[in-house]
Ligand binder design. Structure first.
Ligand SMILES: [Zn+2]
Length: 478
């Protein structure tokens, strides 16, 4: 048993604290005291109860745990496999063909690894957008995995192999909800399905099911080639756009749809790395900022990239600024001041996620809030100093290897860069067994073909400077 399993209070001493309060304070040389599952105090040189465990946060940054509002955790079992995929190849793989091979134990393996990866990277809450739940056994396996890892999770229940009106009406689904979703603070619940724009609105009974259960819907909206303004219109006209609704990507929508989202109080989960690489649409923060729609960040799936929100913050700043420059250049103008700032993306990665989930007790470090927090500190790294601009440091300098300590619900789950009370070796064995099963079931040729999609032919453009030798043609012209 480690000292952290004793339930003693913990104080992080002398860090640069970013409480993510309303005024976006920066508190240099401050302490954060955790007692039970709550933040007890934030401030300089705190007096603490006898027996409090002290963690030296000097030269580090203490901030709220990050919140990922959209990750298909089951797919982490195939980490990196789809690095060169487009969205089309992803759909074929997971929706039409091999995703169906996943057994409950494979969903368990993926979820376990994704959950461990999250807490290791300081992502203390993840929405598991779990659309591979072909049977309730798969769903039980997903929850078993989430509950075995000391992070905070939201199961967003989905099943891409059946219409949402069908699976949400199944008695075994309702039974699952009664059995497994018991109001545990560490396990939230949403329904996850997409609205495909059929004018007869076949998704309507699924929205009614969510309303009956009193849970939010999370939906891939505004995805090139898949979902569009039509889906938003149907949701709006039937009264299913609510403050709890989370619109994922929302990258190809017209202003009218953004107006509807803003007016009904929902939020958008931006997965910048996914949108850039897979092709859902241009990462939309540059557009949705103009509508005042709340934003949270997400990583989508580790079948392409790893699941840490440092990359999300960095990619989001880059994509937003890149678009602002391009739009200005097209008009012959120059951007002289960046509109999207580092502190804003840090807020999206923390409070933005808490807001999207209706969890105002998460996402900031203030007395009485839940104790989910991260210490970013790496004394061996040349990138750890000078620490001049803490928000800029988090967004553009720090990375997962700099996550020194992570606390979830008052429990230390990582300390001095080491996970506490997590069996990574067991997770590895599980994932290896899943990979072995998928690979052998599919056959080696299919397995390799899936990982290495054809490369489209690139024609090198004609270059007039190569037609003749430059020197001789210059001499000839003279
Ligand atoms: Zn997704």
């Amino acid at each position: 048993m480690t000292e952290f399993e004793t339930g003693r209070p913990v104080v992080l001493r002398g860090g640069t604290v970013l409480p993510m309060d309303d005024s976006r304070s920066v508190l240099p040389g401050a302490d954060v005291l955790v007692d039970g599952d709550r933040i007890a105090a934030v401030g300089p040189e705190l007096a603490v109860p006898d027996g409090t465990i002290e963690i030296d946060a000097a030269d580090g940054i203490v901030m709220p745990g990050m919140i990922d509002t959209h990750r298909h955790m089951w797919q982490t079992a195939m980490r990196g496999y789809g690095a060169d995929w487009t969205l089309t190849q992803y759909f074929v793989w997971y929706y039409l063909e091999h995703g169906k091979l996943f057994r409950p134990e494979d969903v368990h393996a993926g979820n376990t690894l994704a959950a461990i990866e999250a807490i290791d990277a300081g992502v203390t809450t993840v929405v598991d957008w779990s659309h591979g739940l072909r049977t309730v056994d798969h769903a039980d396996a997903a929850v078993d995995a989430l509950q075995a890892v000391p992070g905070r999770f939201v199961l967003a229940y989905g099943n891409i192999q059946a219409p949402p009106a069908e699976w949400t009406a199944a008695p075994e689904f309702r039974d699952f909800v009664t059995r497994r979703i018991t109001g545990d603070d560490m396990l939230g619940f949403q329904l996850a399905f997409d609205v495909l724009g059929d004018p007869s609105f076949p998704e309507k009974p699924a929205f009614e099911a969510a309303r009956d259960l009193g849970v939010a819907v999370t939906t891939h909206a505004g995805v090139w080639g898949a979902t569009s303004d039509e889906g938003i219109r149907l949701m709006y006209e039937h009264g299913f756009m609510t403050p709890g609704t989370v619109y994922v990507h929302a990258a190809t929508l017209e202003a009218d749809s953004y107006h509807r989202i803003a007016a009904t109080g929902g939020s958008i989960s931006v997965s910048t790395e996914s949108e850039q690489s897979a092709g859902q649409g241009y990462p939309p923060t540059w557009a949705i900022r103009l509508h005042g729609i709340p934003v949270s960040l997400s990583m989508d799936t580790s079948v392409w990239w790893s699941g840490d929100l440092f990359s999300a913050m960095r990619a989001t700043l880059g994509a937003d600024r890149s678009r602002a420059h391009l739009e200005a250049h097209a008009k012959g103008e120059t951007v002289t001041h960046c509109a999207l700032r580092a502190d804003q993306v840090v807020e999206w990665a923390t409070r933005g996620g808490a807001h999207a989930l209706g969890r105002d007790d998460l996402g900031s470090l203030e007395p009485g809030k839940k104790a989910d927090l991260v210490l970013i500190k790496n004394d061996r790294s040349p990138v750890s100093f000078p620490l001049l601009n803490p928000y800029g440091h988090v967004a553009f300098q720090a990375q997962r290897g700099d996550v020194h300590t992570v606390i979830v619900n008052g429990r230390v789950v990582k300390h001095e860069h080491e996970l506490v009370g997590v069996d990574l070796a067991a997770a590895r064995r599980q994932v290896e067994s899943t990979v072995e099963y998928l690979r052998s079931t599919m056959g080696e040729e299919t397995w390799l073909k899936g990982m290495n999609p054809d490369i489209p032919e690139t024609k090198i453009l004609d270059n007039p400077y190569t037609y003749t030798d430059y020197r001789s043609s210059a001499t000839r012209d003279r």
